[in-house]
Design a protein around this ligand. Structure first.
Ligand code: GTP
Ligand code: MG
Length: 216
C-alpha cells in the first residue's frame, strides 16, 4: 500500500477528460442509416475509455501482461470483429480473401504459399506492417502473441488495404496446414497453439477445404 501511495505521489495530477456523447442519443440530424454505426462507435469508444482510465492503469502498474496475456483488455481494445480463414494449404484461403477484396493483395498459387499469419486491416493505401510492430503496439490487440516467441513474430504481419469491408472487420489469412508437405516446411513455432489463439478471438472462422483433396 505504501508503495502504491508513493507511486501515486509521483504521478501527474489527473485532468478531467472531456465528456463523451451519450451513445443512446445520436445527433438529431444524423441520417437514419448512419445511426446504428454511430451508436456502435460511441459505445465502443466509451468501453475503451473505461478500460484505459480504470483498468489499464492497474495492469501497467502491476505488470499484469508479464504474468498473463491480458484477455479482457484485448477484447475491449479489439474494436473490429476478426474473421479468420483456416484450412490445408492450397485450399483457396488467400484466393477467397482476394475475391472479397476484389484485388490481388495476397499471393496465391498451387504450392504452399502463405507463410505468415496476416491481419488485413483498413488503411488509405496498401502498406505492410511487420509483426514486430503490431505486437509492440498497445493500441492493437496483438500483444498476447509475444508468448509464441520470435520465430512466430517473424511469421506474423499486417496488411493495410483501402477496401470498405475492412472498415467493419479485420480478416486473418493463415498459412495452410502442411500435413502432406513433410519436414521441408516444418514450422519453428507452435502452429496449433497460434491457430487456437486466433480462433478464440475470432467472431467468425472459415475452414476451407479442396473437395478433390479430402484424403490429404
Ligand atoms: N479450381 C479452383 N481453384 C481454386 C479455387 N480457389 C483457389 N484456387 C486455386 O488454388 C490454388 C491455391 O489457392 P490459394 O488461395 O493460394 O490457397 P491457400 O489456401 O491460401 O494456400 P496456402 O497459402 O498455401 O495455405 C491457386 O492456384 C488458386 O488459383 C477454386 O475455388 N477453384
Ligand atoms: Mg494462402
Amino acid at each position: 500500500n505504501s508503495f502504491c501511495t508513493l507511486l501515486e505521489a509521483t504521478m501527474p495530477p489527473k485532468q478531467a477528460p472531456p465528456p463523451m456523447p451519450d451513445p443512446t442519443r445520436p445527433p438529431a440530424d444524423l441520417p437514419a442509416e448512419e445511426r446504428y454505426d454511430w451508436q456502435l462507435t460511441m459505445t465502443l469508444a466509451r468501453l475503451q475509455r473505461l478500460y484505459r482510465e480504470n483498468i489499464r492503469v492497474l495492469e501497467e502498474r502491476f505488470h499484469y501482461d508479464v504474468y498473463k496475456p491480458s484477455w479482457f483488455s484485448e477484447t475491449i481494445v479489439q474494436k473490429k470483429p476478426f474473421i479468420t480463414f483456416l484450412g490445408p494449404f492450397s485450399a483457396g484461403k488467400s484466393t477467397f480473401i482476394n475475391y472479397l477484396m476484389q484485388s490481388n493483395y495476397l499471393l496465391t498459387g498451387p504450392q504452399p504459399l502463405t507463410d505468415k499469419f496476416t491481419v488485413i486491416m483498413h488503411g488509405d493505401e496498401i502498406t505492410q506492417i511487420p509483426g514486430r510492430v503490431l505486437v509492440a503496439d498497445s493500441s492493437q490487440p496483438f500483444r498476447g502473441l509475444n508468448q509464441f516467441g520470435d520465430s512466430f513474430i517473424e511469421c506474423f504481419g499486417g496488411l493495410l488495404a483501402p477496401h470498405p469491408i475492412l472498415k467493419s472487420v479485420n480478416l486473418i489469412d493463415t498459412p495452410g496446414v502442411l500435413e502432406a508437405a513433410g519436414d521441408v516446411h516444418q514450422r519453428r513455432y507452435d502452429y496449433i497453439k497460434v491457430c487456437r489463439w486466433f480462433i478464440e478471438r475470432s467472431d467468425l472462422v472459415f475452414f476451407l477445404f479442396d473437395p478433390t483433396k479430402l484424403d490429404a
